[in-house]
Design a protein around this ligand. Structure first.
Ligand SMILES: Nc1ncnc2c1ncn2[C@@H]1O[C@H](COP(=O)(O)OP(=O)(O)O)[C@@H](O)[C@H]1O
Ligand SMILES: N[C@@H](CCC(=O)OP(=O)(O)O)C(=O)O
Length: 369
């Protein structure tokens, strides 16, 4: 059966750690592997980092720039070179590729989200391998994926992929960073989001010299993907041929089993496509109603409202410590909610002077995170 496979490769696997130069043999083997998967009839998307790393090598910069404008300029230099290298390799293998550069705002607006979906379907239907990266040169801070682990999970969720491979410079996930904790325990299988929380994995604060997110963004990417029903694997980028072995059933790397009942596409868009504009802090009764009983959120259970937002914006629902439990689309703006929070639904029309919706967030627009 044809599978949809998303492969994400990080800067740490694309470049040589000592020099920052491209790891050509890895990239060539990756291209061969992806072509092989295409020949077997599978639909393949590559999410490739490396624009900033390659741009730095091209310009002789010895470390990743911190200033935003410089990073954006460097990415513009690197992305062109990166795609040229991919195009040369894939052309040799007679495989068409496409460059797809996305920003967060492309997934925020529902019409653009659906448009991105249609474009991916069209490319995959044509047998093309889309090569995706964040459009670093124009992305602004508030509307950024920030890291390609998250981007790849959102793409995998968008196209409802069967597999997401996160290729990196460690062979699998460990209980702690194996670089600083040599006896960290390797983890081969994570069978649910609940188990992931119980494992209490230590990730340290950052990734390798050229990587951005480290393991923390891979774990949150895995959560997004498995909620969408995508089997996710963290494995070593230096051995791209392992992808085929893994699909054939070998337990290489760390596998995250997909949730048996994936969240619907619209709810995934609410949870991960949209950027939340505010926070609602709930009391215990409201948390139980929303998270255990699957009910809508009423004004009475809201203790505090944070941020400025409009009707139909996405907000985070949190416990009193600020831990997020859900996201949803609000039926009231932040000014209205300041006035009605903690109050019974029947009081709303008197407080506001007009009749509003009975629920603050209807359960159809609410998704547990
Ligand atoms: N619990 C952990 N298990 C494995 N690796 C970890 C863990 N915590 C932190 N790391 C670090 O994450 C790094 C990979 O992240 P990163 O450099 O961002 O890679 P990439 O460029 O592939 O996205 C590894 O080199 C490793 O040192
Ligand atoms: N978009 C950036 C990559 C961001 C990123 O997530 O990098 P990495 O942690 O190496 O996967 C680039 O192309 O340099």
């Amino acid at each position: 059966m044809p599978l949809t496979i998303v492969v994400k490769i990080g800067t740490s696997s694309l470049t040589q750690p000592e020099t920052g130069q491209l790891a050509l043999s890895t990239i060539a083997t990756l291209a061969e592997t992806l072509c092989h998967l295409r020949h077997q009839g599978h639909r393949v998307i590559l999410v490739s980092s490396g624009a900033v790393g390659v741009g730095c090598a091209r310009l002789g910069l010895t470390e990743r720039p911190k200033a935003i404008a410089l990073k954006q300029a460097v990415a513009a230099v690197g992305q062109g070179r990166l795609i040229r290298i991919y195009d040369d390799l894939f052309t040799t293998l007679q495989q068409a590729i496409a460059q797809v550069l996305l920003t967060r705002s492309d997934l925020v607006q529902r019409s653009r989200y659906l448009n991105a979906y249609n474009t991916f379907q069209e490319l995959l239907g044509l047998g093309v391998i889309p090569i995706v990266n964040e459009n670093d040169t124009v992305a602004i801070d508030e509307l950024k994926f920030g890291d390609n682990d998250t981007l790849s999970a959102l793409v995998a969720s968008l196209v409802e992929a069967d597999w997401l491979f996160l290729l990196t410079d460690v062979d699998k996930l460990y209980s702690a960073d194996p670089r600083s904790v040599p006896d960290a325990r390797p983890i081969s299988l994570v069978s649910s989001i609940k188990e992931l929380a119980q494992l209490q994995i230590q990730t340290g604060s950052q990734g390798s010299q050229w990587g951005t997110g480290g393991m923390v963004t891979k774990i949150s990417a895995a959560r997004i993907a498995i909620a969408a029903g995508v089997r996710t694997v963290i494995t070593q980028g230096r051995f791209p041929r392992n992808i085929e072995k893994i699909i054939q059933g070998e337990l290489i790397g760390t596998h995250f089993e997909p949730q048996p009942e994936p969240t619907s596409a619209r709810k995934r868009w609410i949870a991960y496509g949209l950027v939340p504009a505010g926070k609602l802090y709930l009391d215990e009764g409201a948390i139980a109603a929303v998270s255990l009983a699957g009910k809508s959120l009423l004004a009475a259970g809201i203790k505090l409202v944070e941020g400025e937002f409009d009707t139909q914006d996405a907000v985070q629902l949190c416990d009193t410590n600020g831990n997020e439990i859900a996201r949803g689309l609000v039926n009231y703006n932040s000014n209205e909610l300041q006035k009605i929070c903690g109050r019974h639904s029947r009081e709303i029309s008197t407080i506001l002077g007009y009749a509003g919706a009975e629920t603050v967030i209807h359960r159809d627009n609410l998704v547990l995170t």
